[in-house]
Ligand binder design. Structure first.
Ligand code: CA
Length: 225
């Protein structure tokens, strides 16, 4: 599973370090650029899932970068950051292809909330979410969904799917699952696991290309079609 990539253009180094560290701790892959003139090349190279653009920069301004990005990608979410707060700037920001606008100083929590909001509107997954086939799995909300279909998972179903999806395409040992989910591999728990596997198979049928295979004497393997 690849990380959500962020292009972050910011010339204030102290702020840039704070934001970058925070995003990285939240599972994002951050590509930081301090000069507006370098942004386009990095954008083309990285193909980010989201852009965070400061306005006042050496080289191209954030607005100019926004226009350049919109010329090649109509969909990627863009958040503008600015120290200025006049309303004409807000208008200018949206005209330059911005999806959101955050005034400095802002809290890291506010930035994260805006990012997650834009990513979910864009149908892109946040770092905490998994994508397999047509399904997305959110282990925090304990939900699998595709289109308008969704299934809520029990705690153990959720834990089991997390183990399997983290190892997609590779075998997960039955014993390892039993130890992690029940703390021991007694016969009773082993029969319980069969029940959970059957239930997950039923849920995963929302995408017929996904298979949860039994590897006899070993364990299970989740396979994307
Ligand atoms: Ca600046």
């Amino acid at each position: 599973m690849s990380k959500t990539r962020v292009l972050y253009v910011e010339d204030e180094e102290v702020l840039a370090m704070l934001v970058r560290d925070h995003l990285e701790r939240n599972g994002f892959e951050v590509h930081w650029v301090a000069n507006g003139n370098e942004a386009e090349a990095i954008f083309r190279e990285v193909k980010p899932d989201l852009c965070i653009l400061d306005i006042m920069l050496p080289g191209l301004s954030g607005y100019e970068i926004g226009k350049v990005i919109r010329a090649v990608d109509k969909a990627v979410p863009i958040i503008f950051l600015t120290a200025r707060s006049e309303s004409k700037d807000v208008v200018e920001g949206f005209k330059s292809g911005g999806n959101d606008y955050l005034k400095k100083p802002f809290s890291l929590e506010e930035l994260m909330a805006r990012i997650n909001n834009l990513l979910s509107m864009a149908g892109r997954t946040s770092p905490g979410q998994y994508k397999i086939g047509d399904l997305s799995f959110d282990p925090v909300r304990m939900v699998i969904q595709t289109g308008d279909q969704s299934v809520s998972l029990s705690h153990r179903e959720n834990e089991l799917l997390k183990m399997l999806i983290a190892m997609v395409g590779r075998p997960v040992e039955r014993k390892e699952i039993l130890l992690q989910l029940w703390g021991d591999d007694h016969f009773f728990n082993s029969r319980n696991l069969d029940v959970y596997i059957t239930r997950l198979r039923k849920y995963l049928k929302m995408d017929p290309d996904i298979q949860l295979i039994t590897l006899k004497g070993v364990g299970y393997q989740l396979v994307e079609g």
